[in-house]
Design a protein around this ligand. Sequence first.
Ligand code: UGA
Length: 431
Amino acid sequence: MDLSIIGTGHVGLVSGVCFADMGHRVVCIDNDKDKIQLLNAGKATIFEPGLPEMLAANRDRLTFSTDMADATASAEAIFVAVGTPARENGRSDLSYVTEAVSRLAPHLKAGQVVAMMSTVPVGTSRLVREIIDTNVPAGVDPKEVYVASNPEFLREGRAVYDRLHPTRIVVGVDDERAAEILKRAFDGLEAPFYVTNCPTAEITKYASNAFLATKISFINEIARLCELVGADVTEVSHYMGDDPRIGRQFLQAGLGYGGSCFPKDTKALDQIAFSQGHNFTLLKAVIDVNNMQRVRFVHKIASALGDDLKGKTIALLGISFKPDTDDVREAPSIEIISRLLDARARIRAYDPVAMPKVRGLFPTVTFCEDAYEAAAGSDVVAVITDWPEFKDLDMKRLTSVMAGRVLVDGRNIFDPKAVAASGLTYHGVGR
Ligand code: UGA
């Protein structure tokens, strides 16, 4: 079938390319001419494993355009996947959504479904409905144009896999005919297909992200306790996770969550609750714990150096908010670097892919070719992101190039005994 996607960011582009791979003809729209030009030249504009290959393999089923009229030319469903950044007060900025739908509406035809794929506050579908109702072309009955909510659950770095192997597909609809169209769009994927109303679909997305964030903050609080009583949180989470009611995933203590989703969505859900007169106490604590995790880490580095960072050289391993992505949005590294620089430390940093994203932000940081170069002459090596390549570092070689003898492991990737055996003092998170 024919589909279109508005917005070629992470969610939009991956979804468009995967829909094409599933056999659909897909039009991807973006108002950024440069992006569309690159995509038309066959270049993936985001870093996502597997995407360039899939883009190349499905070029004949993909069209990239800046013209909104192309979105509605033949598509049965139009997915809106534009950004919803957080405003100062934590609320979602819906201006990209309202702008995109306002430009789309005058081109809509009877029988088409407009599905919100962006993470949007409860009530947005009603707003989208209003924009469509007042802007559809003369002669089109607004009731014949459907509005749906189709939250996605893709992880960056695993987005292609997640898109093709979803754990569930949730669609909120205002008309059963929209559900039928969307069911055909996802035909062939082996996952439960749930049809509900729009607010339920919208809240499901926030609740899922907030719950995962809660698991992370919970284990980080347990990690704090472990440090105080001499326990090891990596073992605790392992033993807890054997209970299927708890599960192993998202119980890794460390520097807390970052990225473009959890920080934004937890704050947005708190604001949604507030706007409904509900004080979401638990979620506030989850956010506070996450913020504190970065501050505590800087204290940990400082206390390993006698509480004085001035003139000390810190080697930072990892900048992206998690492995397999160059995304640095809300990455713990940004705040940690800023705090270390404020304390007059010198920083040597290395990340396999994210360095170009932060070079301009931190002109005084020395960016290095690899972990050993970063460690050269450093007083402390600090692990910020759990890139797999760091786990295989040659500890003896690392130690030999350092000036000091301290390793602070923000992601608990190393075996403390192995690190100690190479002559370094080990500090993890919660162990
Ligand atoms: C997250 C969700 O996992 C996706 O399901 C969702 O679709 C997406 O947000 C979104 O809303 O678009 P993502 O932000 O790509 O995906 O990253 P995750 O893999 O979930 O990791 C988030 C953060 O939590 C990372 O900073 C990671 O380092 C941290 N984390 C994760 C931990 O600190 N501990 C853990 O045990 C797991």
